[in-house]
Design a protein around this ligand. Structure first.
Ligand SMILES: CCCCCCCC/C=C\CCCCCCCC(=O)SCCNC(=O)CCNC(=O)[C@H](O)C(C)(C)COP(=O)(O)OP(=O)(O)OC[C@H]1O[C@@H](n2cnc3c(N)ncnc32)[C@H](O)[C@@H]1OP(=O)(O)O
Ligand SMILES: NC(=O)C1=CN([C@@H]2O[C@H](COP(=O)(O)OP(=O)(O)OC[C@H]3O[C@@H](n4cnc5c(N)ncnc54)[C@H](OP(=O)(O)O)[C@@H]3O)[C@@H](O)[C@H]2O)C=CC1
Length: 533
């Protein structure tokens, strides 16, 4: 008998960020594993011209709910959307909805956040830190609240190399910052952001660190747990292997590499790629919710939800597995043959950016212009470079996260719960996982059908032939330039018995141009790497 699923049956749950990548997996697993859960309130904002109702209807059509749709066809009746905006006072929840939440909710899962690394500080603060504070205020008034689970990130304290399951001093006093951004002009905040961030690499990790500290300061009597996942990847098993619907973290990089657009990445082959499947994070989150509510630990527990200390995996291995999968199962309409390499050398990376990113993009855009179409590759490449700049902080270093609480929690689960809410990452087989992740990105992120693989392979063969033809033409052009300028090259050329080769010149002709050409050959700057690799 599962204690965790039994606990959620009959309970009323509130989830923020339910429309996001992790939120959807949480809602799905909760409804599938505890079909008798009383109600799942989700805080949703209207967005992109869609009302809250339209957004929820679209969300429920998502493939991630296929399994629960089969198991419990009426699962949608349990979902109760509430109009909310976390950046607004009182979360912009109507008085009537607030009353409903205050009298009914038993457990809160707070997933909503902006995860963009380039989010302006003011907005990141308003959502990630102030939003969390407002939700806590609401939670304090909930009459039947048993547990509050906050999703943070393992990188909230990335300025440290060894990260324990404790709350560290914040980068700044949150309330002073709130005051500051309240009255300072937006452009001034932008100007002083690097100074405020200090050692923190971006506004995301900075505001996540602040929100952890705020929770510790203002938790009062609430039963709270903090979950800190590292880089969240596609699902391992549930609801089905490889499910992913977000380009964040490594997913966008995989797609760009699979499409043959990304050829060089700044990363340390030997650094740990601390990735964790989304279903593992959600299983741990639900188990932590149960443990927090039922066992009521005296101190607030922080769960580092990471793999590096338990089952380490390295960026170099990731490169191999990703490239091997996309070579065997290519993406449709690839720009070039997938062939991405990691390097920790800045100059080498810059060199390949010029030769293997920018030069092909310029040529392709020229071709688009000549054929009357809109050029777009350079724009994509520039965006990719911006992303890579922001991600390289994480791909060039390793961190040590302790995972004692994760192990402790595993020990608290009964045999059935260990299976139903499996978060034992020792069983994770990385090559199989990365293959299923890449195939999931193909199917669920790009909506490509597996039946299109033969055509995609055919397309890669066409690209290979174009590359051969291009390289041969380039070689001939370079050679012709040599021939025109170097007597030695001409001598070699004339000894190659090619059909249709040049006529054998007289000795006089051979000597005539030599002095001039031997001078010029030294000034020729040949770049053999322009030959596409
Ligand atoms: C051979 C392989 C080797 C692999 C080596 C890999 C090395 C990788 C290294 C290190 C990964 C480690 C990462 C650490 C993570 C920390 C963990 C966490 O705690 S939390 C979560 C992390 N959060 C993020 O990942 C946000 C990062 N993203 C951003 O901050 C922004 O997206 C940014 C600045 C990178 C780009 O911003 P923009 O404004 O240029 O673009 P935008 O708004 O994101 O996208 C515009 C549209 O393009 C789509 N898009 C994005 N990437 C795409 C792609 N690759 N292909 C196709 N479409 C894409 C998007 O879905 C979006 O579509 P629509 O407008 O919503 O419809
Ligand atoms: N993905 C990852 O690799 C990792 C994620 N995390 C953490 O996990 C949590 C979930 O991340 P993930 O699912 O990837 O993120 P997503 O960006 O996919 O989802 C974010 C969610 O927050 C909601 N949200 C954003 N702004 C507001 C707002 N102003 N008011 C109400 N809701 C809002 C979004 O709603 P809407 O649909 O309206 O935009 C969406 O539901 C975050 O707290 C993140 O920090 C931690 C480590 C790694």
């Amino acid at each position: 008998m599962s204690s965790v699923s039994a606990y959620y049956n009959g309970k009323t749950v509130l989830i923020t960020g339910a429309t996001g990548f992790m939120g959807k997996v949480l809602v799905e697993k909760l409804l599938r594993s505890s079909p008798d859960v009383k109600a799942v309130y989700i805080l949703v904002r209207p967005k992109a011209g869609q009302s809250m109702q339209e957004r929820v209807a679209n969300m429920l059509k998502c493939k991630v709910f296929d399994r629960v749709r089969e198991d419990c066809p009426n699962f949608h009746e349990k979902i109760k959307p509430i109009n909310a905006e976390l950046t607004q006072p009182k979360l912009a929840i109507s008085a009537e909805d607030e009353e409903e939440l205050l009298t009914r909710v038993n457990i809160v899962f707070h997933c909503a956040a902006t995860v963009r690394f380039d989010e302006p500080l003011k907005h990141a603060l308003q959502l990630n830190a102030m939003g969390t504070q407002r939700l806590l205020e609401l939670a304090q008034q909930m009459q039947k609240l048993e547990a509050f689970i906050h999703i943070s990130t393992a990188y909230a304290n990335c300025v440290r190399k060894c990260i324990d399951e404790i709350i560290y001093p914040p980068p700044a006093e949150p309330k002073k910052l709130f005051d500051l951004v309240e009255w300072l002009d937006e452009s001034i905040i932008q100007d002083i952001t690097p100074k405020l961030l200090g050692d923190w690499p971006n506004t995301y990790t900075y505001t996540k660190a602040l929100s952890e500290y705020l929770i510790q300061q203002e938790k009062g009597n609430l039963n709270i747990a903090i979950i800190r996942p590292s880089i969240v990847g596609a699902s391992w098993h549930e609801p089905f292997p490889g499910w992913i619907d977000s380009f964040n973290g490594t997913s966008g990089i995989f797609v760009a590499a699979g499409k043959g657009i990304l050829r060089t990445v700044i990363a340390n082959n030997e650094a740990v790629a601390d990735m964790i499947p989304v279903d593992v994070v959600i299983n741990l989150t639900l188990a932590a919710g149960w443990y927090t509510a039922v066992h009521r630990p005296k101190n607030m527990l922080v769960y580092n939800c990471t793999t590096g200390g338990i089952n380490p995996f390295f960026w170099g291995e990731m490169e191999q597995y990703v490239m091997s999968t996309f070579k065997r199962n290519p993406l449709e309409q690839a720009f070039r043959t997938p062939n991405a390499h990691l390097t920790s050398n800045y100059l080498i990376n810059q060199y390949w950016i010029t030769v293997s990113h920018k030069a092909p993009a310029i040529l392709y855009d020229l071709y688009m212009r000549l054929t009357g179409r809109k050029p777009r590759m350079m724009k994509i490449i520039n965006r990719l470079h911006k992303s890579m700049m922001l991600l390289q902080y994480f791909s060039t270093q390793s961190w040590d996260w302790s995972s004692d609480n994760m192990n402790m929690l595993m020990g608290q689960l009964n045999t059935e719960d260990k299976k139903l809410y499996n978060f034992d990452v020792r069983q994770l087989h990385w090559s199989e996982y990365i293959e299923s992740y890449c195939l999931g990105a193909k199917k669920y992120l790009l909506n490509e059908d597996m039946s299109g693989i033969p055509a995609a392979k055919q397309h890669l063969r066409k690209l290979r032939n174009i590359r051969y033809a291009f390289n041969t033409t380039l070689l001939v052009i370079i050679w012709r330039i040599f021939i025109a300028r170097s007597q030695m090259a001409r001598n070699i050329w004339y000894f190659v018995p090619l059909p249709g080769g040049p006529p054998i010149p007289s000795n006089q002709q051979l000597w005539a141009s030599e002095s001039e050409s031997s001078r010029k050959i030294h000034s020729l700057q040949l770049q053999p790497a322009f030959i596409v690799h």
